[in-house]
Design a protein around this ligand. Structure first.
Ligand SMILES: NC(=O)c1ccc[n+]([C@@H]2O[C@H](COP(=O)([O-])OP(=O)(O)OC[C@H]3O[C@@H](n4cnc5c(N)ncnc54)[C@H](O)[C@@H]3O)[C@@H](O)[C@H]2O)c1
Length: 249
């Protein structure tokens, strides 16, 4: 299946987890992927893991740094010769029990998860071709499902959902599609990080999040992101695609 032959993709969060799996999946389908991330080392690992037939180029940038985002999108468009699809995967998580919630944590979660996504959408949208362009924003099942100790993270992802929905309405005039993809718990460095289990958090709480199918593999999320950005989803916009292993049955 080479749905992405000749398709130019700008992808954030490409240095790890779901982003790396997405780079792999899209290049495997023929895409030219321009991967942006904070981590130069992680981007190099992603580049080494790419098997083609597509191509992968790396760009180090912080998605919360407005001038850096403007430069990243400009450089992506120049390097790729345009941008057909934007995929926003970069994101952070922090488990924040209410009593320990800080303004810094709230601001940082919203800076990376919402502001970073919004800036890339703003800068990339003018490049996307009318009629075929697409944006895929990674939100989270937490945006629509109550999860203990995740109120701040969940709110930032709820914001990504709402942002994507209204952006879909705005860009529908150009027939540029905007979808969000909401993964359930996925086995990546993010879910293995100490930020998931700060002091005072009941370590069994993950049990309450378990999906009937267990945790997802990153490639299972990447497969749905690839679908959402492809012409197979040409008649879908303004919807959220949940990839949750049966969490909502
Ligand atoms: N893993 C899960 O269970 C899960 C579930 C639902 C949603 N998500 C979302 O999926 C996305 C990817 O998560 P993952 O599990 O692959 O995590 P990950 O930590 O493996 O990857 C996240 C990537 O984002 C990058 N990043 C973080 N802050 C950045 C910044 N300011 N600028 C540029 N890059 C930055 C990191 O360097 C990293 O490469 C995130 O948006 C996350 O919220 C993950």
């Amino acid at each position: 299946m080479n749905r992405y032959d000749g398709v130019k993709v700008l992808l954030t969060g490409a240095a790890s987890g779901i982003g790396r799996a997405t780079a792999s999946r899209l290049t495997g389908e023929g895409a030219a992927v321009y991967g942006v991330d904070l981590s130069a080392a992680g981007l190099a690992e992603t580049a080494a893991a790419i098997g083609g037939p597509g191509t992968f180029a790396s760009h180090v940038a912080d998605v919360t740094d407005e001038p850096a985002v403007i430069a990243a999108v400009r450089d992506a468009a120049a390097a790729l010769g345009g941008i057909d699809v934007l995929v926003n995967v970069a994101g952070i998580h922090k488990t924040t029990p209410l009593g320990a919630l800080t303004v810094d944590d709230l601001m940082r979660l919203f800076q990376v998860n919402l502001v970073g996504t919004a800036l890339f959408c703003r800068e990339a949208a003018p490049h996307l071709p009318d009629g075929t362009g697409a944006i895929v924003n990674v939100a989270s099942l937490s945006a629509v499902q109550g999860n203990p100790y995740m109120s701040a993270y969940s709110a930032s992802k709820g914001a990504v959902l709402s942002f994507s929905l209204s952006l879909a309405a705005e860009l529908s005039q150009r027939r540029v599609r905007v979808l969000s993809v909401s993964p359930g718990s996925t086995d990546t460095p993010l879910t293995r990080s100490p930020d998931m289990f700060p002091e005072g958090v009941d370590p069994t709480y993950f049990g309450r999040l378990a999906a009937p199918f267990g945790a997802a593999r990153p490639d299972q999320i990447a497969a749905v992101i690839a679908y959402a950005g492809s012409s197979d989803a040409a008649y879908q916009t303004g919807v959220d695609l949940r990839v949750d292993g049966g969490s909502n049955m």
